[in-house]
Ligand binder design. Structure first.
Ligand code: ADP
Ligand code: MG
Length: 565
Protein backbone atom coordinates (compact mmCIF):
# COMPACT_ATOMS: atom_id res chain seq x y z
CA UNK A 1 0.00 0.00 0.00
CA UNK A 2 0.92 3.67 -0.23
CA UNK A 3 3.08 5.16 2.46
CA UNK A 4 1.59 6.75 5.51
CA UNK A 5 1.48 10.48 5.03
CA UNK A 6 1.08 13.07 7.78
CA UNK A 7 -0.51 16.44 7.14
CA UNK A 8 -1.48 19.51 9.13
CA UNK A 9 -5.05 20.67 9.61
CA UNK A 10 -6.11 23.96 8.11
CA UNK A 11 -5.71 26.74 10.71
CA UNK A 12 -9.49 27.13 11.06
CA UNK A 13 -9.88 23.44 11.86
CA UNK A 14 -7.32 23.74 14.64
CA UNK A 15 -9.19 26.72 16.01
CA UNK A 16 -12.53 24.97 15.77
CA UNK A 17 -11.19 21.83 17.48
CA UNK A 18 -9.79 23.84 20.33
CA UNK A 19 -13.00 25.79 20.79
CA UNK A 20 -15.21 22.78 20.54
CA UNK A 21 -13.34 20.74 23.09
CA UNK A 22 -13.44 23.63 25.52
CA UNK A 23 -16.89 25.09 24.91
CA UNK A 24 -19.08 22.13 24.05
CA UNK A 25 -18.24 19.78 26.84
CA UNK A 26 -21.64 20.19 28.48
CA UNK A 27 -23.27 19.19 25.19
CA UNK A 28 -20.86 16.38 24.48
CA UNK A 29 -23.53 13.85 23.51
CA UNK A 30 -24.05 15.64 20.23
CA UNK A 31 -20.96 13.89 18.83
CA UNK A 32 -23.14 10.83 18.19
CA UNK A 33 -25.85 12.85 16.52
CA UNK A 34 -23.26 14.43 14.22
CA UNK A 35 -21.57 11.17 13.26
CA UNK A 36 -24.88 9.39 12.69
CA UNK A 37 -26.10 12.31 10.65
CA UNK A 38 -22.94 12.12 8.50
CA UNK A 39 -23.47 8.38 8.05
CA UNK A 40 -27.05 9.05 6.99
CA UNK A 41 -25.90 11.79 4.59
CA UNK A 42 -23.37 9.36 3.10
CA UNK A 43 -26.15 6.81 2.48
CA UNK A 44 -28.36 9.52 0.96
CA UNK A 45 -25.52 10.46 -1.38
CA UNK A 46 -25.01 6.87 -2.46
CA UNK A 47 -28.71 6.39 -3.13
CA UNK A 48 -28.75 9.59 -5.12
CA UNK A 49 -25.75 8.69 -7.27
CA UNK A 50 -27.03 5.19 -7.77
CA UNK A 51 -30.08 6.58 -9.58
CA UNK A 52 -27.85 6.83 -12.63
CA UNK A 53 -25.35 4.13 -11.70
CA UNK A 54 -26.95 1.15 -9.99
CA UNK A 55 -23.57 -0.64 -9.95
CA UNK A 56 -22.53 1.53 -7.00
CA UNK A 57 -24.67 -0.62 -4.71
CA UNK A 58 -22.34 -3.55 -5.47
CA UNK A 59 -24.08 -6.51 -3.83
CA UNK A 60 -25.19 -4.56 -0.78
CA UNK A 61 -28.22 -2.34 -1.32
CA UNK A 62 -29.66 -2.29 2.19
CA UNK A 63 -28.40 0.99 3.50
CA UNK A 64 -27.92 1.14 7.25
CA UNK A 65 -25.93 2.57 10.12
CA UNK A 66 -24.39 0.47 12.89
CA UNK A 67 -23.22 1.68 16.27
CA UNK A 68 -21.13 -0.60 18.49
CA UNK A 69 -18.69 -0.39 21.37
CA UNK A 70 -15.79 -2.37 22.79
CA UNK A 71 -15.29 -2.11 26.53
CA UNK A 72 -11.80 -3.60 26.47
CA UNK A 73 -10.49 -1.44 23.67
CA UNK A 74 -12.46 1.58 25.00
CA UNK A 75 -13.81 2.39 21.54
CA UNK A 76 -17.13 3.34 19.96
CA UNK A 77 -17.58 2.57 16.25
CA UNK A 78 -20.09 4.18 13.90
CA UNK A 79 -20.30 2.37 10.60
CA UNK A 80 -22.24 2.97 7.39
CA UNK A 81 -22.43 1.44 3.92
CA UNK A 82 -22.90 4.78 2.21
CA UNK A 83 -20.85 6.55 -0.43
CA UNK A 84 -17.51 6.30 1.44
CA UNK A 85 -14.43 8.48 1.24
CA UNK A 86 -11.47 8.22 -1.12
CA UNK A 87 -8.03 9.29 0.08
CA UNK A 88 -8.52 12.68 -1.61
CA UNK A 89 -12.01 13.07 -0.13
CA UNK A 90 -10.67 12.42 3.35
CA UNK A 91 -7.85 14.94 3.00
CA UNK A 92 -10.27 17.54 1.70
CA UNK A 93 -13.29 16.95 3.96
CA UNK A 94 -11.62 15.84 7.18
CA UNK A 95 -8.78 18.35 7.16
CA UNK A 96 -10.36 21.63 6.10
CA UNK A 97 -13.59 23.56 6.50
CA UNK A 98 -15.13 24.42 3.18
CA UNK A 99 -18.32 26.05 4.46
CA UNK A 100 -19.28 29.47 3.24
CA UNK A 101 -19.26 32.06 5.97
CA UNK A 102 -16.27 30.49 7.74
CA UNK A 103 -14.43 33.78 7.93
CA UNK A 104 -17.43 35.67 9.32
CA UNK A 105 -17.93 32.92 11.86
CA UNK A 106 -14.40 33.14 13.22
CA UNK A 107 -14.67 36.92 13.25
CA UNK A 108 -17.72 36.73 15.54
CA UNK A 109 -16.13 34.62 18.26
CA UNK A 110 -15.90 36.52 21.51
CA UNK A 111 -13.87 34.29 23.81
CA UNK A 112 -16.93 33.98 26.07
CA UNK A 113 -17.42 30.21 26.23
CA UNK A 114 -21.15 30.23 26.49
CA UNK A 115 -21.71 32.66 23.67
CA UNK A 116 -19.16 30.92 21.50
CA UNK A 117 -20.72 27.53 22.18
CA UNK A 118 -24.04 28.71 20.75
CA UNK A 119 -22.23 30.20 17.77
CA UNK A 120 -20.31 26.99 17.09
CA UNK A 121 -23.61 25.21 17.28
CA UNK A 122 -25.09 27.40 14.56
CA UNK A 123 -22.02 27.02 12.42
CA UNK A 124 -22.29 23.26 12.57
CA UNK A 125 -19.95 21.20 14.71
CA UNK A 126 -19.95 18.19 12.39
CA UNK A 127 -17.28 15.53 12.22
CA UNK A 128 -14.82 17.33 14.47
CA UNK A 129 -17.20 16.96 17.43
CA UNK A 130 -15.80 13.42 17.71
CA UNK A 131 -12.86 15.00 19.52
CA UNK A 132 -15.05 16.20 22.37
CA UNK A 133 -15.08 12.62 23.71
CA UNK A 134 -12.17 10.96 21.87
CA UNK A 135 -8.45 11.56 22.08
CA UNK A 136 -7.88 9.62 18.88
CA UNK A 137 -10.21 9.09 15.91
CA UNK A 138 -9.64 6.49 13.19
CA UNK A 139 -11.64 6.61 9.95
CA UNK A 140 -11.56 3.56 7.69
CA UNK A 141 -13.34 3.97 4.41
CA UNK A 142 -13.68 2.78 0.85
CA UNK A 143 -15.53 4.82 -1.70
CA UNK A 144 -18.36 3.21 -3.68
CA UNK A 145 -17.12 2.17 -7.12
CA UNK A 146 -13.43 1.93 -6.16
CA UNK A 147 -11.66 -1.45 -5.80
CA UNK A 148 -11.03 -2.93 -2.34
CA UNK A 149 -7.35 -2.06 -2.56
CA UNK A 150 -8.19 1.64 -2.73
CA UNK A 151 -9.56 1.93 0.77
CA UNK A 152 -7.91 4.36 3.14
CA UNK A 153 -7.30 4.93 6.81
CA UNK A 154 -7.31 8.42 8.29
CA UNK A 155 -6.24 9.01 11.84
CA UNK A 156 -5.76 11.97 14.16
CA UNK A 157 -5.35 12.85 17.80
CA UNK A 158 -7.03 16.17 17.16
CA UNK A 159 -3.84 18.02 18.01
CA UNK A 160 -3.07 19.70 14.72
CA UNK A 161 -2.25 16.90 12.33
CA UNK A 162 -3.71 13.80 10.77
CA UNK A 163 -2.34 10.87 8.81
CA UNK A 164 -3.67 8.98 5.80
CA UNK A 165 -2.57 5.62 4.47
CA UNK A 166 -3.83 2.97 2.09
CA UNK A 167 -6.05 0.19 3.42
CA UNK A 168 -7.55 -2.93 1.89
CA UNK A 169 -11.31 -2.71 2.60
CA UNK A 170 -13.73 -5.17 1.03
CA UNK A 171 -16.98 -3.55 2.04
CA UNK A 172 -17.96 -0.13 0.80
CA UNK A 173 -18.55 2.74 3.23
CA UNK A 174 -17.09 4.26 6.34
CA UNK A 175 -16.15 3.18 9.83
CA UNK A 176 -15.47 5.87 12.41
CA UNK A 177 -13.65 4.56 15.48
CA UNK A 178 -13.52 6.78 18.55
CA UNK A 179 -10.82 6.01 21.09
CA UNK A 180 -12.43 7.46 24.19
CA UNK A 181 -10.78 9.87 26.58
CA UNK A 182 -10.05 8.71 30.10
CA UNK A 183 -13.27 9.93 31.74
CA UNK A 184 -15.76 8.68 29.18
CA UNK A 185 -16.40 5.11 30.43
CA UNK A 186 -20.03 6.03 30.82
CA UNK A 187 -20.41 5.90 27.04
CA UNK A 188 -19.28 2.27 26.90
CA UNK A 189 -22.79 1.01 27.56
CA UNK A 190 -25.44 -0.24 25.21
CA UNK A 191 -28.13 1.35 27.28
CA UNK A 192 -26.43 4.76 27.30
CA UNK A 193 -25.71 4.80 23.57
CA UNK A 194 -29.23 3.66 22.78
CA UNK A 195 -30.71 6.42 24.89
CA UNK A 196 -28.60 9.04 23.12
CA UNK A 197 -29.60 7.63 19.75
CA UNK A 198 -33.31 7.71 20.56
CA UNK A 199 -33.00 11.24 21.83
CA UNK A 200 -31.12 12.71 18.91
CA UNK A 201 -31.42 10.39 15.95
CA UNK A 202 -34.80 8.74 16.10
CA UNK A 203 -35.97 10.67 13.05
CA UNK A 204 -33.21 9.32 10.79
CA UNK A 205 -34.94 7.51 7.97
CA UNK A 206 -32.41 4.66 7.72
CA UNK A 207 -32.23 1.85 10.23
CA UNK A 208 -29.71 2.50 13.00
CA UNK A 209 -28.66 -0.83 14.47
CA UNK A 210 -26.94 -1.96 17.63
CA UNK A 211 -26.02 -5.42 18.85
CA UNK A 212 -28.77 -7.00 20.88
CA UNK A 213 -27.78 -7.56 24.50
CA UNK A 214 -29.04 -10.11 26.98
CA UNK A 215 -28.48 -10.62 30.67
CA UNK A 216 -25.66 -13.11 31.16
CA UNK A 217 -25.86 -14.98 34.48
CA UNK A 218 -22.28 -16.22 34.36
CA UNK A 219 -20.73 -12.88 33.57
CA UNK A 220 -23.15 -11.05 35.84
CA UNK A 221 -23.82 -8.39 33.21
CA UNK A 222 -25.25 -7.64 29.75
CA UNK A 223 -23.73 -9.57 26.89
CA UNK A 224 -24.08 -9.12 23.14
CA UNK A 225 -25.91 -11.95 21.37
CA UNK A 226 -24.29 -11.29 18.00
CA UNK A 227 -27.61 -10.26 16.51
CA UNK A 228 -28.26 -6.71 15.24
CA UNK A 229 -31.50 -4.89 16.04
CA UNK A 230 -32.97 -1.58 14.98
CA UNK A 231 -32.96 1.06 17.69
CA UNK A 232 -34.78 3.86 15.85
CA UNK A 233 -38.13 4.09 14.12
CA UNK A 234 -36.30 4.45 10.78
CA UNK A 235 -39.08 6.60 9.47
CA UNK A 236 -38.45 10.20 8.54
CA UNK A 237 -40.05 12.36 11.21
CA UNK A 238 -41.95 14.60 8.83
CA UNK A 239 -43.49 11.60 7.11
CA UNK A 240 -45.15 10.42 10.32
CA UNK A 241 -48.60 11.44 11.44
CA UNK A 242 -48.66 14.55 13.60
CA UNK A 243 -50.35 12.61 16.37
CA UNK A 244 -47.37 10.23 16.53
CA UNK A 245 -44.86 12.99 17.17
CA UNK A 246 -44.26 14.55 20.57
CA UNK A 247 -43.27 18.20 21.01
CA UNK A 248 -39.88 16.94 22.28
CA UNK A 249 -39.35 15.01 19.06
CA UNK A 250 -40.25 18.03 16.99
CA UNK A 251 -37.78 20.08 19.01
CA UNK A 252 -34.95 17.55 18.76
CA UNK A 253 -35.45 17.25 15.04
CA UNK A 254 -35.20 21.01 14.76
CA UNK A 255 -31.86 20.90 16.56
CA UNK A 256 -30.47 18.32 14.19
CA UNK A 257 -31.33 20.32 11.09
CA UNK A 258 -30.56 23.79 12.43
CA UNK A 259 -27.52 23.12 14.63
CA UNK A 260 -29.26 25.28 17.20
CA UNK A 261 -28.91 24.27 20.86
CA UNK A 262 -32.16 25.91 21.88
CA UNK A 263 -35.72 24.81 21.18
CA UNK A 264 -37.48 26.50 18.26
CA UNK A 265 -40.04 29.21 18.93
CA UNK A 266 -42.72 27.54 16.83
CA UNK A 267 -43.28 25.06 14.03
CA UNK A 268 -45.86 24.07 11.46
CA UNK A 269 -46.17 20.61 9.97
CA UNK A 270 -48.37 20.10 6.94
CA UNK A 271 -49.19 17.57 4.31
CA UNK A 272 -50.53 19.17 1.16
CA UNK A 273 -52.43 16.94 -1.21
CA UNK A 274 -54.43 17.66 -4.30
CA UNK A 275 -54.07 20.93 -6.15
CA UNK A 276 -50.94 21.70 -8.09
CA UNK A 277 -48.53 19.63 -6.12
CA UNK A 278 -48.25 17.12 -3.37
CA UNK A 279 -45.72 17.69 -0.62
CA UNK A 280 -45.02 17.66 3.09
CA UNK A 281 -43.49 20.58 4.89
CA UNK A 282 -42.14 20.86 8.40
CA UNK A 283 -41.12 24.46 9.02
CA UNK A 284 -39.61 26.02 12.12
CA UNK A 285 -39.18 29.56 13.39
CA UNK A 286 -36.03 29.68 15.56
CA UNK A 287 -35.96 31.47 18.88
CA UNK A 288 -32.82 33.47 18.11
CA UNK A 289 -31.47 35.12 15.00
CA UNK A 290 -28.30 33.60 13.50
CA UNK A 291 -25.16 35.69 13.26
CA UNK A 292 -25.54 36.19 9.51
CA UNK A 293 -29.25 37.03 9.40
CA UNK A 294 -28.57 40.39 7.79
CA UNK A 295 -27.16 38.73 4.70
CA UNK A 296 -29.94 38.27 2.16
CA UNK A 297 -27.83 35.72 0.29
CA UNK A 298 -27.43 33.47 3.29
CA UNK A 299 -30.40 31.20 2.91
CA UNK A 300 -29.47 28.13 4.78
CA UNK A 301 -32.83 27.01 5.98
CA UNK A 302 -34.64 24.52 3.85
CA UNK A 303 -33.68 20.94 3.04
CA UNK A 304 -35.35 19.52 -0.04
CA UNK A 305 -36.31 15.86 -0.24
CA UNK A 306 -38.12 14.08 -3.03
CA UNK A 307 -40.09 11.07 -1.76
CA UNK A 308 -37.85 10.82 1.33
CA UNK A 309 -34.65 10.95 -0.75
CA UNK A 310 -32.45 13.83 0.30
CA UNK A 311 -31.81 16.15 -2.63
CA UNK A 312 -30.18 19.31 -1.32
CA UNK A 313 -29.55 21.66 1.57
CA UNK A 314 -30.25 25.38 1.38
CA UNK A 315 -32.90 25.13 -1.31
CA UNK A 316 -33.28 28.90 -1.56
CA UNK A 317 -35.97 28.63 -4.24
CA UNK A 318 -38.33 27.20 -1.65
CA UNK A 319 -38.42 30.24 0.61
CA UNK A 320 -38.24 33.95 -0.29
CA UNK A 321 -35.32 35.99 1.14
CA UNK A 322 -37.54 37.74 3.68
CA UNK A 323 -38.25 34.36 5.25
CA UNK A 324 -34.63 33.31 5.39
CA UNK A 325 -34.96 32.74 9.13
CA UNK A 326 -37.23 29.72 8.54
CA UNK A 327 -35.64 26.27 8.92
CA UNK A 328 -37.13 22.99 7.91
CA UNK A 329 -37.76 20.24 5.46
CA UNK A 330 -39.88 20.11 2.33
CA UNK A 331 -40.50 16.70 0.81
CA UNK A 332 -42.08 16.76 -2.64
CA UNK A 333 -43.88 13.86 -4.26
CA UNK A 334 -43.77 15.39 -7.76
CA UNK A 335 -40.29 16.71 -8.45
CA UNK A 336 -37.86 14.48 -10.37
CA UNK A 337 -35.06 12.93 -8.29
CA UNK A 338 -32.42 14.46 -10.51
CA UNK A 339 -33.73 17.96 -9.96
CA UNK A 340 -31.02 20.66 -10.02
CA UNK A 341 -30.95 24.20 -8.66
CA UNK A 342 -31.50 25.46 -12.21
CA UNK A 343 -34.58 23.32 -12.66
CA UNK A 344 -35.89 24.44 -9.28
CA UNK A 345 -35.67 28.02 -10.38
CA UNK A 346 -38.04 27.49 -13.27
CA UNK A 347 -40.30 24.81 -11.92
CA UNK A 348 -43.97 25.67 -11.49
CA UNK A 349 -44.28 22.95 -8.86
CA UNK A 350 -41.59 24.71 -6.85
CA UNK A 351 -43.40 28.00 -7.17
CA UNK A 352 -46.58 26.40 -5.83
CA UNK A 353 -44.65 24.85 -2.94
CA UNK A 354 -43.00 28.15 -2.10
CA UNK A 355 -46.26 30.06 -2.14
CA UNK A 356 -47.96 27.43 -0.02
CA UNK A 357 -45.10 27.36 2.47
CA UNK A 358 -45.00 31.14 2.80
CA UNK A 359 -48.71 31.09 3.63
CA UNK A 360 -48.11 28.45 6.30
CA UNK A 361 -45.41 30.55 7.94
CA UNK A 362 -47.57 33.68 7.80
CA UNK A 363 -50.41 31.68 9.36
CA UNK A 364 -48.09 30.47 12.11
CA UNK A 365 -47.01 34.05 12.85
CA UNK A 366 -50.59 35.33 12.79
CA UNK A 367 -51.59 32.65 15.28
CA UNK A 368 -48.70 33.56 17.51
CA UNK A 369 -49.48 37.27 17.30
CA UNK A 370 -53.12 36.63 18.20
CA UNK A 371 -52.67 34.05 20.94
CA UNK A 372 -49.15 34.28 22.32
CA UNK A 373 -48.30 37.95 22.46
CA UNK A 374 -45.09 37.48 24.43
CA UNK A 375 -43.79 34.88 22.04
CA UNK A 376 -44.63 37.10 19.12
CA UNK A 377 -42.83 40.01 20.74
CA UNK A 378 -39.70 37.90 21.02
CA UNK A 379 -40.08 36.77 17.41
CA UNK A 380 -40.43 40.38 16.34
CA UNK A 381 -37.36 41.48 18.30
CA UNK A 382 -35.25 38.82 16.55
CA UNK A 383 -36.68 38.76 13.04
CA UNK A 384 -38.93 41.81 12.61
CA UNK A 385 -36.43 43.68 10.48
CA UNK A 386 -36.27 40.78 8.04
CA UNK A 387 -40.02 40.33 7.88
CA UNK A 388 -40.33 44.02 6.94
CA UNK A 389 -38.48 43.23 3.71
CA UNK A 390 -41.55 41.21 2.75
CA UNK A 391 -43.54 44.42 2.22
CA UNK A 392 -41.49 44.97 -0.91
CA UNK A 393 -40.53 41.37 -1.74
CA UNK A 394 -43.95 39.83 -1.65
CA UNK A 395 -46.72 42.05 -3.05
CA UNK A 396 -49.20 39.17 -2.96
CA UNK A 397 -48.98 38.90 0.84
CA UNK A 398 -48.37 42.56 1.58
CA UNK A 399 -51.59 43.04 3.48
CA UNK A 400 -51.01 40.05 5.73
CA UNK A 401 -47.47 41.19 6.42
CA UNK A 402 -48.62 44.75 7.21
CA UNK A 403 -50.79 43.36 10.00
CA UNK A 404 -47.77 41.57 11.45
CA UNK A 405 -45.62 44.71 11.60
CA UNK A 406 -44.82 46.21 14.98
CA UNK A 407 -43.48 49.68 15.77
CA UNK A 408 -42.25 51.85 18.57
CA UNK A 409 -44.47 54.89 18.99
CA UNK A 410 -44.88 58.00 21.08
CA UNK A 411 -47.34 56.01 23.17
CA UNK A 412 -45.40 52.79 23.68
CA UNK A 413 -42.82 52.02 26.36
CA UNK A 414 -39.24 52.58 25.27
CA UNK A 415 -37.50 51.25 22.23
CA UNK A 416 -39.34 47.93 21.95
CA UNK A 417 -41.48 47.63 18.82
CA UNK A 418 -44.88 46.60 20.11
CA UNK A 419 -47.53 48.72 18.36
CA UNK A 420 -49.37 47.20 15.42
CA UNK A 421 -51.00 49.35 12.76
CA UNK A 422 -54.35 48.05 13.95
CA UNK A 423 -53.54 49.23 17.51
CA UNK A 424 -52.65 52.62 16.11
CA UNK A 425 -55.81 52.95 14.05
CA UNK A 426 -57.95 51.97 17.04
CA UNK A 427 -56.37 54.81 19.04
CA UNK A 428 -56.68 57.50 16.38
CA UNK A 429 -58.07 60.84 17.57
CA UNK A 430 -61.40 62.08 16.44
CA UNK A 431 -60.90 63.87 13.15
CA UNK A 432 -57.52 62.21 12.56
CA UNK A 433 -57.36 60.80 9.04
CA UNK A 434 -53.78 59.69 8.69
CA UNK A 435 -51.23 57.44 10.32
CA UNK A 436 -48.29 59.65 11.27
CA UNK A 437 -44.70 58.51 11.49
CA UNK A 438 -41.24 59.92 11.79
CA UNK A 439 -38.03 58.25 10.56
CA UNK A 440 -34.53 58.73 11.95
CA UNK A 441 -31.21 56.92 12.32
CA UNK A 442 -31.84 55.96 15.90
CA UNK A 443 -34.77 55.53 18.22
CA UNK A 444 -33.61 58.48 20.33
CA UNK A 445 -33.36 60.75 17.30
CA UNK A 446 -36.89 59.78 16.30
CA UNK A 447 -38.27 60.18 19.79
CA UNK A 448 -36.83 63.66 20.26
CA UNK A 449 -37.50 64.86 16.73
CA UNK A 450 -38.76 68.46 16.67
CA UNK A 451 -41.32 67.33 14.11
CA UNK A 452 -43.24 65.69 16.93
CA UNK A 453 -43.97 68.84 18.90
CA UNK A 454 -47.36 69.68 17.48
CA UNK A 455 -48.45 66.03 17.72
CA UNK A 456 -47.53 65.96 21.38
CA UNK A 457 -49.54 69.10 21.94
CA UNK A 458 -52.57 67.57 20.25
CA UNK A 459 -52.08 64.15 21.82
CA UNK A 460 -51.73 62.43 18.47
CA UNK A 461 -49.71 59.19 18.39
CA UNK A 462 -46.72 59.03 16.03
CA UNK A 463 -44.85 55.88 14.97
CA UNK A 464 -41.10 56.14 15.58
CA UNK A 465 -39.15 54.34 12.85
CA UNK A 466 -35.40 53.84 13.07
CA UNK A 467 -34.52 50.48 11.48
CA UNK A 468 -32.43 50.53 8.35
CA UNK A 469 -35.13 48.91 6.25
CA UNK A 470 -37.86 51.30 7.34
CA UNK A 471 -37.55 53.93 4.61
CA UNK A 472 -37.47 51.24 1.98
CA UNK A 473 -40.39 49.43 3.55
CA UNK A 474 -42.43 52.65 3.76
CA UNK A 475 -42.29 53.03 0.01
CA UNK A 476 -44.43 49.87 -0.11
CA UNK A 477 -46.68 50.82 2.79
CA UNK A 478 -48.72 53.77 1.57
CA UNK A 479 -51.83 52.98 3.54
CA UNK A 480 -53.38 50.62 6.04
CA UNK A 481 -57.11 49.92 6.25
CA UNK A 482 -57.78 52.96 4.10
CA UNK A 483 -55.66 55.27 6.26
CA UNK A 484 -52.79 56.93 4.48
CA UNK A 485 -49.37 56.90 6.11
CA UNK A 486 -47.92 60.37 6.43
CA UNK A 487 -44.42 61.45 7.41
CA UNK A 488 -44.36 64.22 10.01
CA UNK A 489 -41.28 65.60 8.32
CA UNK A 490 -42.65 66.03 4.84
CA UNK A 491 -44.30 68.96 3.09
CA UNK A 492 -46.84 71.36 4.47
CA UNK A 493 -48.06 69.02 7.16
CA UNK A 494 -51.78 69.00 6.72
CA UNK A 495 -53.36 68.08 10.02
CA UNK A 496 -56.80 68.09 8.43
CA UNK A 497 -59.63 68.22 10.92
CA UNK A 498 -57.13 68.13 13.78
CA UNK A 499 -56.30 71.74 13.02
CA UNK A 500 -58.88 73.97 14.65
CA UNK A 501 -60.07 77.49 13.77
CA UNK A 502 -57.88 78.94 16.44
CA UNK A 503 -54.78 77.36 14.84
CA UNK A 504 -55.66 78.69 11.43
CA UNK A 505 -56.07 82.21 12.70
CA UNK A 506 -52.81 82.14 14.61
CA UNK A 507 -51.01 80.86 11.56
CA UNK A 508 -52.35 83.69 9.42
CA UNK A 509 -51.37 86.29 11.95
CA UNK A 510 -47.86 84.94 12.31
CA UNK A 511 -47.44 84.62 8.53
CA UNK A 512 -48.14 88.37 8.17
CA UNK A 513 -45.87 89.29 11.03
CA UNK A 514 -42.96 87.21 9.79
CA UNK A 515 -43.16 88.01 6.10
CA UNK A 516 -39.86 89.93 6.16
CA UNK A 517 -38.07 87.35 8.26
CA UNK A 518 -39.10 84.57 5.88
CA UNK A 519 -37.87 86.62 2.94
CA UNK A 520 -34.51 87.16 4.62
CA UNK A 521 -34.11 83.46 5.44
CA UNK A 522 -34.93 82.51 1.85
CA UNK A 523 -32.39 85.00 0.50
CA UNK A 524 -29.68 83.81 2.85
CA UNK A 525 -30.22 80.13 2.11
CA UNK A 526 -31.36 80.49 -1.45
CA UNK A 527 -29.28 77.67 -2.96
CA UNK A 528 -30.01 75.27 -0.16
CA UNK A 529 -33.74 75.42 0.47
CA UNK A 530 -36.81 75.66 -1.70
CA UNK A 531 -38.80 77.92 0.57
CA UNK A 532 -39.20 79.11 4.13
CA UNK A 533 -42.62 79.05 5.69
CA UNK A 534 -44.43 79.56 8.94
CA UNK A 535 -45.54 76.39 10.70
CA UNK A 536 -47.61 75.33 13.64
CA UNK A 537 -45.78 72.09 13.92
CA UNK A 538 -43.22 73.42 16.39
CA UNK A 539 -43.98 74.33 19.95
CA UNK A 540 -40.52 74.41 21.58
CA UNK A 541 -37.99 74.56 18.73
CA UNK A 542 -37.66 77.76 16.68
CA UNK A 543 -37.12 76.09 13.27
CA UNK A 544 -36.74 72.75 11.52
CA UNK A 545 -35.96 71.38 8.08
CA UNK A 546 -38.66 69.44 6.24
CA UNK A 547 -38.50 67.52 2.99
CA UNK A 548 -40.53 68.43 -0.03
CA UNK A 549 -43.78 66.45 -0.23
CA UNK A 550 -42.57 64.76 -3.39
CA UNK A 551 -38.89 64.60 -2.45
CA UNK A 552 -36.80 62.12 -0.55
CA UNK A 553 -36.80 62.42 3.18
CA UNK A 554 -33.69 63.78 4.85
CA UNK A 555 -33.17 60.42 6.47
CA UNK A 556 -33.24 58.53 3.19
CA UNK A 557 -30.87 61.07 1.66
CA UNK A 558 -28.41 60.47 4.47
CA UNK A 559 -28.70 56.74 4.05
CA UNK A 560 -28.05 56.89 0.32
CA UNK A 561 -25.09 59.16 0.93
CA UNK A 562 -23.66 56.68 3.40
CA UNK A 563 -24.11 53.92 0.85
CA UNK A 564 -22.08 56.03 -1.59
CA UNK A 565 -24.87 56.95 -4.00
P1 ADP B 1 -21.16 18.47 7.00
O1 ADP B 1 -21.81 17.17 7.36
O2 ADP B 1 -21.95 19.65 7.43
O3 ADP B 1 -20.72 18.54 5.57
P2 ADP B 1 -19.12 17.45 8.73
O4 ADP B 1 -18.00 18.08 9.46
O5 ADP B 1 -20.13 16.72 9.54
O6 ADP B 1 -19.80 18.57 7.88
O7 ADP B 1 -18.53 16.45 7.68
C1 ADP B 1 -17.56 16.90 6.77
C2 ADP B 1 -17.53 16.08 5.51
O8 ADP B 1 -16.87 14.83 5.74
C3 ADP B 1 -18.87 15.70 4.95
O9 ADP B 1 -19.41 16.74 4.15
C4 ADP B 1 -18.51 14.48 4.09
O10 ADP B 1 -17.99 14.90 2.84
C5 ADP B 1 -17.39 13.86 4.89
N1 ADP B 1 -17.89 12.76 5.73
C6 ADP B 1 -18.08 12.78 7.06
N2 ADP B 1 -18.57 11.60 7.51
C7 ADP B 1 -18.70 10.81 6.43
C8 ADP B 1 -19.17 9.47 6.20
N3 ADP B 1 -19.60 8.70 7.20
N4 ADP B 1 -19.15 8.99 4.92
C9 ADP B 1 -18.72 9.75 3.91
N5 ADP B 1 -18.29 11.02 4.05
C10 ADP B 1 -18.27 11.55 5.29
MG1 MG C 1 -22.30 16.59 9.27
Amino acid sequence: GAMKETMGFQTEVKQLLHLMIHSLYSNKEIFLRELVSNASDACDKLRFEAINNAGLFESDSELKIRVSFDKEARTITIEDNGIGLSREDAIEHLGTIAKSGTKEFFGKLSGDQQKDAALIGQFGVGFYSAFIVADKVTVRSRKAGLPAAQGMEWESKGDGEFSVEALEKADRGTQIILHLKADEEELLSGWKLKSILTKYSDHISLPIQMLKEEWDEEAGGMKATGEWENVNKANALWARAKSDITPEQYNEFYKTISFDFADPLAYTHNRVEGGRSEYTSLLYVPAKAPYDLWDRNQQKGIKLYVKRVFIMDDAEQLMPPYMRFVKGVIDSADLPLNVSREILQESRDVKAIREGSVKKVLGLLEDMAANEAEKYASFWAEFGQVLKEGMGDDPANKERIAKLLRFASTQSEGEAQTVSLADYVARMKEGQEKIYYVTADTYAAAKYSPHLEVFKKKGVEVLLLSDRVDEWMLSYLQDFEGKELQSCAKGGLDLGALEDENDKETKKKVEDEFKDVLKKVEDLLKDRIKEARVTLRLTDSPACIVADEMGMSEHLKRMLKQAGQ
